[in-house]
Design a protein around this ligand. Sequence first.
Ligand code: ADP
Ligand code: MG
Length: 674
Amino acid sequence: MPPALVGLLGKLGIHVPADALLHLPLRYEDETRLTPLSQAQPGGPVLIEATVVSSEVRPRPRRQLIVRLADAGREVELRFFTFYPSVQRALVPGARVRAFGELRPGLYGIEMFHPRVRVLRGEEPLTDTLTPVYPTVAGVSQTVLRRLARAALAHPPFEDTLPARWLERLALPSFDEAVRLLHAPPPQADVNALGERTHPAWQRMKFDELLAQQISMRRHKSARRARRAPELATRGGLTDRLLESLPFALTAAQARVWAEIEEELAQAHPMNRLLQGDVGSGKTIVAALAALRAVACGCQAVIMAPTEILAEQHARKFGDWLQPLGVGIEWVGGAQKKRERVAALARLASGQSAVAVGTHALFQGEVQFQHLGVVIVDEQHRFGVRQRLALRDKGSSDGSSEPHLLMMSATPIPRTLAMSHYADLDVSVIDELPPGRTPVSTRVVSSARRGEVIERLRVAAEAGGQAYWVCPLIEESETLDLRNATETAAELAASLPGVRVGLLHGRMPSQDKAAVVAAFSAREIDLLVATTVVEVGVDVPNASLMVIEHAERFGLAQIHQLRGRVGRGAAVSSCVLLYQGPLSATARARLRIVYENTDGFRIAEEDMRLRGPGELLGVRQSGVPLLRFADLALDGELLERACKAADYLIERDPARARAHVERWTPEAGALLKA
Ligand code: ADP
Ligand code: MG
């Protein structure tokens, strides 16, 4: 096989011959029946057989090969705009050919554009199965893929990895039956069910795929129990002292999740836990408790956030909370002065400072710890799996133990995703907001009434209130985005004399960003015009009005996050969703969802339904492999069954569980090679 082809096949996931077996068709063509030319009607694709009458290359209006065929007195014209000389040479008058393609009415009778043609040599039987059409990339022809599939199927019956009685109960075909049917269905097969992937053969493949994923996830989880982590048990009462120093008491939900985390930190194997809680539910203090527990046990902790603003906010809070207890905190950010950074890293490497707070900069190789006990990742879905692993590997200087991992997210994971891609995580949920929050009232307003909204801003500012005005991303262009935010800020400043307007944008140098946030916190700015950089990280309780311009362009979870920036203090807060009409029915339905719901879980479910799971959780960037065949939005029931089946196999029939995973995971594809 030419190396170029090997590379292209690799793109399709075909690395070894057996991989072709699991490269399944998109659809089929029916070449099992001949349609007599005399009866052929324009419309769907047909297979015809006829004799070449003439063949010519016409230079105009566009160079093309025209081949006339005739059978039983009826003619058809085949047209090719690109063709190999070999094709032209083969299609000589008198040759008997079969052509498969769509018939269409032409100027002089019926014609076929670019049919698939074959010159017959004597009597050739028709194929007795439907012809598969595979997903492909440029440079790999269907012929190649069909040949590979046929070769992979030339194998004695494939052994089943599932017990026969299950197949009966689940009404699924055997693996052997399923793959053979999918690659070469009999002519009477239900093509619609195949196309929609509801056919039992498809169900079997999806079930197998989900089962393999479930088994691997469970194995990851048990492998984790076999690895070592420092036992961070209660010691010295440091966390109690932090709790006593707070101006508030933990909510019942915070106390519950802290108890869950506390218990797991005391184990000798690494925690891998997701802390979920709606915006403003108070995840940060729980993170600080976990970090402090590590410190109390002589270990270090690191907390990482996806943006400088958020990381700085954490640094400030951790400073307020932990420094009075004598804990040294270091800042590690991208825009840090070299000298400061070197000093900070030295204090972390020697163990002199116990806690590091920062951004992606923390991933870098030069960042070393003496003995890292806890890694905390805020807004976990914005980081990739590899990045989390990079931090985990910074464990102890001799590599003998790894840190406990606590990930935090305000974007709830819908049930099916939690059951599949996140099955190796434990989840703690903060399901209540701290007391004293005033519910945010949401209004959906047409941009035609923008003037009224601006007037409202003026009234609020005069009464000492603060507000956000969020501008959307424009076609993913940061430059346009910046201009738009800048213009909006200028326009609002002009129409609101006396109101102090600030601008916050992703492109600004981080010191400037920090300065703006600090000024807003200190009430030196009344109105903060921003792009979605405020989505995470700005915590100003006095802000009570949030205006989101072009709300129709935002994701629902995003709007919900933004809305969570207000309603943090005592003032009655509101969120205005400005939209640019006319709205499509879907856009209207989306805005209605955020308008009617204050529950982040419900909003996230809806967002997943509308935008797909990958979009919502950033799964694509995170490197978690997406499923090839199963669709979490449609195959929830199969997933539930696969979960039960995985539990059963691991417990009762580990050999089968192993064989099943080997068949389905690419690295272990060896099983099919036999
Ligand atoms: P998020 O979960 O969105 O990260 P934060 O941790 O930033 O939320 O908390 C939001 C605000 O609520 C902060 O100002 C924090 O100090 C405050 N807070 C946290 N827990 C409580 C509590 N139990 N009672 C009162 N205020 C709290
Ligand atoms: Mg937070």
